[in-house]
Write a protein that binds this ligand. Structure first.
Ligand SMILES: Nc1ncnc2c1ncn2[C@@H]1O[C@H](COP(=O)(O)OP(=O)(O)O)[C@@H](O)[C@H]1O
Ligand SMILES: [Mg+2]
Length: 396
């Protein structure tokens, strides 16, 4: 494509107008995230504003220079992140092929600058490197700093963390607005009570609630929170996702921001990472930490401090590269219990299940952090076995 920017989706975006932008998904000024429709597909379009700074640097740098070093630049970027991995050259070749966005066998200045600036965006780089994984959203392509991803129908935080709004229950009249305000002020306590009361009514007097309310209530709540069986499917898939992230040809990978907001799932309950801004190769995190000066353990972290952290060696005054946690710990100790703690209105309180999940979390907290894929597979196997015995046991 002529001009200063390039990418395989530029024609679709600027000439054929194949994108129909819908909702804005982020309020953070540093990035723009939109839901859109592209060639009959639901997609998410992202752009990190720091891409423009990268491009500017490259434009200055490129003045009067021939584009020859792009392959070296891609290789440097790959090795900075993944270290000297045995199969890094495969990743370099793959990225070189994507950089040639019009497939004419040549890389123009515009192609080089657009793509190299995109590779500096951690999420775009990691999504391309992990694009074969079932548990990361598909990367469909890019134009300049804008990249296009598979949109997942459910974001886990929306299902398991956010409070219900009365407005979601569309059968209720507009007069509920003041009630909603009261609910907002009371942090959802009333709403929870209303739902508990309706659940009680429904369980004890099945014919009491008017048909319409009963139907909408069931549909709404049933679609909103997955059933117990579905929660187990999500939990297995989450555990698989933590393994899949690392089970790639280039080395172990760690998410330094694993939380319900950054996962989504398909209608088949396949969990996918949707936010890889702070997902890095373990080799990169370890090398960052090793270079960090410290006086105490709380200096030794990257990404989110509670997740990707090591300890301070007070003799050398440098951080160690022994991680305190792996994603499996975060998923098993924090995320899975949250999924099971959100009740589907059709199900009654299940203290036995809650206790069993709590015991599973305790088991996970005793698992050591491992540094090879073989060891990780063993740990994952052990956790899934425990989860399966909870699911099939007659106790709960
Ligand atoms: N692939 C996706 N499918 C569905 N929703 C998404 C996707 N990517 C992002 N979103 C929505 O946009 C929100 C913000 O995206 P995210 O990449 O997590 O940005 P941030 O860094 O601001 O957290 C997510 O919490 C989610 O609601
Ligand atoms: Mg996020």
């Amino acid at each position: 494509m002529a001009g200063d920017v390039s990418g395989p989706l530029c024609k679709d975006l600027c000439v054929h107008k194949n994108f129909h932008f819908a909702e804005c998904l982020s309020t953070v000024p540093a990035k723009k995230i939109f839901g859109a429709k592209w060639r009959e597909r639901e997609v998410v379009v992202k752009i990190n504003m720091s891409w423009f700074e990268e491009l500017e640097k490259r434009q200055e740098f490129a003045k009067g220079k021939e584009v020859k070093s792009y392959e070296n630049d891609i290789s440097t970027r790959v090795r900075t992140l993944f270290g000297n991995c045995a199969r890094c050259s495969e990743l370099v070749s793959f990225l070189v092929s994507i950089a040639d966005s019009d497939n004419d066998g040549k890389i123009t200045g515009a192609e080089e600058r657009s793509f190299m600036s995109l590779l500096q965006q951690n999420e775009a780089m990691m999504l391309m490197a992990l694009n074969n994984s079932e548990h990361t959203v598909d990367f469909y392509g890019y134009c300049a700093g804008l990249y296009v991803l598979e949109k997942v129908p459910h974001v886990t935080a929306k299902v398991f963390e956010e409070k219900w709004e009365l407005i979601d229950l569309s059968f209720l009249p507009e007069a509920v607005e003041p009630i909603q305000t009261a609910i907002d002020n009371l942090g959802g306590i009333i709403l929870q009570a209303v739902f508990s009361f309706l659940q009680y009514l429904n369980a004890h007097f099945p014919n009491y609630l008017p048909m319409k309310i009963n139907f909408v209530l069931h549909t709404f709540l049933a679609t909103h929170v997955p059933s117990k069986r579905e929660k187990f499917r999500l939990a297995y898939s989450l555990i698989d996702a933590t393994l899949e992230l690392s089970n790639n040809p280039y080395g172990l990978v760690i998410s330094c921001d694993a939380n319900l907001h950054n996962f989504g799932y398909t209608s088949d309950f396949v969990v996918k990472f949707i936010d890889l801004d702070l997902t890095y190769p373990l080799a990169f995190v370890k090398s960052l930490l090793k270079k960090k000066n410290c006086t105490c353990d709380s200096d030794c972290w990257t990404g989110v401090s509670e997740i990707c952290c090591s300890a301070c060696n007070t003799t050398t005054r440098y951080c160690t590269s022994e991680m305190q946690y792996h994603d499996l710990h975060i998923v098993c100790e924090a995320i899975i219990p949250k999924i099971f703690s959100k009740r589907n209105i059709r199900e009654s309180d299940d203290t036995c299940l809650t206790n069993a999940i709590h015991e599973l979390a305790e088991f996970c907290s005793r698992l050591p952090v491992v540094y090879t894929i073989e060891e990780l597979k063993l740990e994952i196997h052990a956790v899934k076995k425990r989860l399966r015995s909870i699911e099939t046991s007659n106790k709960c």
